[in-house]
Design a protein around this ligand. Structure first.
Ligand SMILES: Nc1nc2c(ncn2[C@@H]2O[C@H](COP(=O)(O)OP(=O)(O)OP(=O)(O)O)[C@@H](O)[C@H]2O)c(=O)[nH]1
Ligand SMILES: [Zn+2]
Length: 359
């Protein structure tokens, strides 16, 4: 038995470091998140011997019209003396329209890109802009020990980043709500230091029958603030009301804000929407896919609570597919069409046209 952190815990530390702007050593490279890089560490980076690159997702590279030789990512050479502004302008699309030409951008080609791919996945999993600075360093683990930086071996990071951390029930308690006085809130926590997720049980649904269920993704703006830009708040309340009226149901509140990109990135997407891009285009310009959520964790919570079949309240066929692929039977898709207004009509139309939502 050792007190030393295991690969999952070390990766969680690496994520926290990157969010603070502290570099980590990943395999044979020094890695920093472009979003949190500061001037002093950029200066130190230029003093290193290796040639640093900025790793961007294929989506971001396409927006910047940079060559994408590595399939899902592009490695852009960071010229000697490049300043923070140069790096941030490539990582963050906020000024793309006012400063459209950022080139010439020189993309590297050939060689091994495993460490670059893992670095990008790590930065993304920290809910930062998907842009990582990667600089090869000799004797990497000794360098990490000397500088007291977190060291993650490449195989360990790859393993952890593709796995899903199991969710454990932490606590449950009675929660009378407006929609139903027979409410019970269950908290689930992963092992990897990630977000907790919640299940709200209404009544005491029979585990042997399909349960009326909703997999709701967190939307601070819609659920809490009553934003009119989406339909989340009305969907949340309508789903709970239906469960209350039927006397039973299971409402899963998954902390996958902004379709899995986090609230800060969602606000960046909103700002791009103010520049005229739609919800899908905005995610792409930031370097994300339009939907980065993993609905398998909803299936995990359902199974953990003893449910194997649902009547799913959703307009999103992908959720139905993902439930089925995760071993949950979906006996019925129950439409949840509420909350359209003049601010979100175009957003809902784009989701129907581009993301396959059923209206
Ligand atoms: N990135 C991004 N996320 C958004 C935007 N508007 C809402 N969201 C997030 O989208 C998620 C809600 O997803 P929806 O697509 O509305 O609904 P759904 O959950 O896929 O499908 P339904 O079950 O039919 O509601 C929440 O996590 C919101 O925070 C946006 O413009 N950009
Ligand atoms: Zn919303």
């Amino acid at each position: 038995m050792s007190f030393a952190p295991d690969p999952v815990e070390i990766t969680a530390r690496a994520r926290a470091d990157l969010r603070m702007g502290v570099p980590v050593v990943l395999g044979n490279a020094l890695v920093l998140a472009a979003e949190t890089l500061g001037a002093e560490r950029l200066h130190a980076l230029h003093a290193l011997e290796g040639a640093p690159v900025l790793v961007l997702s294929e989506r971001r590279a396409q927006t910047l019209k940079a060559r994408c030789y590595d399939g899902d990512l592009a490695r852009i050479s960071i010229p000697e003396g490049a300043n923070l502004r140069w790096i941030r302008a490539l990582a963050d699309p906020k000024d793309d329209l006012s400063v459209p030409m950022k080139g010439p951008l020189i993309a590297e080609r050939g060689g091994d890109v495993d460490v670059h791919r893992a670095a990008l996945a790590l930065v993304k999993s920290a809910h930062l802009l998907p842009a990582a600075i990667v600089s090869p360093i000799p004797a990497a683990s000794a360098f990490a020990a000397n500088t007291r930086l977190t060291y993650v071996s490449l195989p360990a990071a790859q393993e952890v980043l593709k796995a899903r951390s199991p969710l454990h029930p932490v606590v449950q308690a009675r929660l009378p709500m407006e929609a139903s006085e027979a409410g019970r809130l269950h908290i689930f926590r992963p092992d990897d230091g990630g977000e907790e997720h919640y299940a709200i049980e209404v009544g005491r649904p029979d585990r042997t029958r399909p349960v009326l269920s909703r997999l709701h993704s967190a939307c601070f703006t819609g659920d809490v603030l009553g934003s009119l830009k989406c339909d989340c708040g009305p969907q949340l309340r309508a789903a709970l009301a239906q469960m209350g009226a039927e006397g039973e149901g299971l409402f899963l509140y998954l902390n996958q804000e902004g379709r899995g990109i986090g609230l800060a990135n969602k606000m960046r997407a909103y700002s791009l929407q103010d520049q005229g891009f739609d919800t899908v285009e905005a995610n792409h310009r930031l370097g994300f896919e339009d939907d980065e959520r993993d609905f398998r964790l909803g299936a995990d919570i359902l199974s953990s609570l003893g449910f194997s079949a649902v009547r799913l309240l959703t307009n999103n066929p992908r959720k139905v597919e993902m439930m089925r692929a995760s071993g949950i039977e979906v006996t019925e898709r129950v439409p949840l069409i509420v909350g359209e207004n003049r601010h979100n009509a175009a957003y809902l139309a784009v989701k129907a046209r581009k993301s396959g939502h059923l209206l």
